[in-house]
Ligand binder design. Sequence first.
Ligand code: ATP
Length: 208
Amino acid sequence: MTRRQPLRIGVFGGAFDPPHRAHEALARAAIHRLALDALRVIPTGQAWHRPARTSAAAHRVAMAQLAFASVPGAQVDDRETRRTGASYTVDTLRELQAEEPGVHWFLLIGEDQAVAFRHWRGWAEILQIATLVIAERDQNTLGTAEKEAEFAVLARQGELVRLQWPLQPLSATTIRRRVAAGEGIDDLVLPSVARYIETNHLYHHADD
Ligand code: ATP
């Protein structure tokens, strides 16, 4: 049997604080729609663009392992959490490309991140390394016309795929707030993740 070349591998980064049902659904949709051979789920280290503090990396990695366990082809890669200092996607992609040359890389991000993509360190280089896969999201800081204009700029610099899927109005922020308010989250995260949050007393304070 001849192996299909090049391998198509997705990269899905995020704080995953906590990983929720939309993350899992997005991973499944991307693998299916883009015919990915694998998906690397990469929890962020000390993310430069997140002013609020995030939970300990070990918790976020453990929860990601639970959340993506049943997604075929998905593997959690903790390399960014092992880095000291600020962590940048461009460094991760450079590393991956050096480790596995010849792969067609796809970087998966939500629209809320994509509209700010040109603020990311090395954004133009990222577009040289990977196809950018932008998943529709209801949380947008820009109006439709501005958003489309922004994506048109990105499309001139690299390859862009727009992933349309059933919108999932869900964020990790909502989950942290609900836990802090003593409300249930069973509809928002997998049971294994809900149990992990409870056992480890995560998000009990509103500013966690
Ligand atoms: P927070 O509320 O803490 O900002 P989040 O829900 O956006 O968190 P992240 O871990 O920051 O979760 O997200 C990782 C990636 O998944 C980002 O690219 C983000 O845009 C995308 N993403 C998260 N939730 C959704 C969603 N509901 N629809 C589409 N994309 C999403």
